[in-house]
Ligand binder design. Sequence first.
Ligand code: NAP
Length: 309
Amino acid sequence: MNVAFLSTIESPDRWLPLLEKALPQERFFVWPEIGDPAAIDIAFVAVPPAGALARLPNLKLVQSLWMGVDGLLAQDDLPRHVPLARCIDRGMVAAMCESVLSHVIDFHRHHYVYRRQQSAREWNRLPQSMAADRTVGLLGLGELGGEAGPMLRSFGFRVRGWSRRPKSVIGVESCAGSEGLARMLPVCNVVVCLLPLTPETRGILNAATLALMPRGGAVINVARGAHVVDEDLLAALDSGQVARAYLDVFETEPLPVEHRYWTHPGVFMTPHTAALTEPRTATAMVVENINRLRNGLTPLALVDVEAGY
Ligand code: NAP
């Protein structure tokens, strides 16, 4: 198999030594030095250079190096007849669980308030809540939500989860559809967005859905910036409807310097680092997919292009 590495973001230096070691029989090329484009069987992509995919006429698989594929699906030159697999990386899933837990704990233990108090040299104890007093609602119960749910439950939080189709996840009370969401939000002190970005989920955190949450809760968005209607979240923060927003992702990245999020006292931001692909753990799945393709088996984690994830 001939594999072309096409990425404007992921560095081949992090991947190729691991891949070449695991797959000594395959030939790897790095764009633009790909030899004969017609001989390339597999494209490894993370934001491929514009027009690169369209130049590979005999692709058998497009393998994303990321878990989210909304950016790829929006690319005009994505060959839609070629199977597209996303990368399911256990290291990345673990990193996401850590990020979600750290934000939930920051809110639950009032650490964000105590940081403000420390800078004002203020000594003021807030009432303590037990984890069991809080309900965390997960939007999305896939690879990430399906792991974050039981993890949060193991810390004692009550956990609800929302997915497109009904799901069974240990320790998570799950629901589906817009009615399910309307029933779930009023009991969620913390809402965590772990959805893929699709036409159905764009703007899901808006004035109407934020208003359904109990007053004074927290919103954690670690999925995609466009899941949030920024003006609606800022209004909810200004009014106290939402006490705290933990934001890792933004519609425009890097976030423009003039954006209100930078200075809003209710916002904690990270630069899209909630979970980064970790080649040391992600290689296993990518290798499995190449082996499957060589043996005539269906690759893992194929994207449902119609559903958008
Ligand atoms: P996944 O395995 O595809 O799971 C997606 C979940 O969302 C599923 O439970 C799915 O429902 C649900 N869903 C999709 N559309 C829905 C809708 N219209 N209504 C209700 N539920 C819906 O995705 P994942 O691997 O967990 O990743 C989720 C997203 O996280 C990625 O797409 C990416 O954008 C983001 N991400 C961010 C970072 C970061 O660093 N910030 C890192 C990795 C990933 P079903 O179960 O019914 O299909």
